[in-house]
Design a protein around this ligand. Structure first.
Ligand SMILES: [Cu+2]
Length: 119
């Protein structure tokens, strides 16, 4: 087998492994909120996949540490919530989901995203 074919095969195998790893990591990133959860806003949302219980009130406490004006609002469109996030201030948003499923939250312009998973 010529060396270039071996290299291509190895590269192909690595990209398959990377794809699996990428999606696997994304799934395991989900954090379960128990009553309340802190969300760090810095270059995105951390954590960005939050599972919350159906029919119960969960407090999402956002704290923005990123001066990027893009992140100055957080929008939970499905819950009709839009809140400004002043720098270095904790902003609590209480939600009581009355439906199950996955709901996006994002910055005001929709460039950074997170997901609420109601279970
Ligand atoms: Cu934005």
């Amino acid at each position: 087998m010529p060396i270039d074919k071996i290299l291509v095969s190895i590269f192909g195998l690595l990209s398959i492994l990377f794809t699996f790893w990428f999606f696997f990591m994304k799934k395991t990133n989900t954090v379960q909120a128990e009553g309340s959860i802190d969300v760090l806003v810095e270059g995105g949302y951390k954590p960005d996949r939050i599972s919350i219980p159906y029919g119960q009130t969960t407090k999402l406490v956002f704290e923005r540490k990123d001066s990027n004006s893009c992140l100055e609002d957080v929008v939970l469109a499905d819950f009709k919530i839009k809140k400004p996030l002043p720098m270095n201030e904790k902003v609590a948003i209480e939600i009581t989901p009355d439906k199950k499923g996955e709901f996006d939250f994002s910055c005001g312009m929709g460039m950074f995203h997170g997901k609420l998973i109601v279970i």
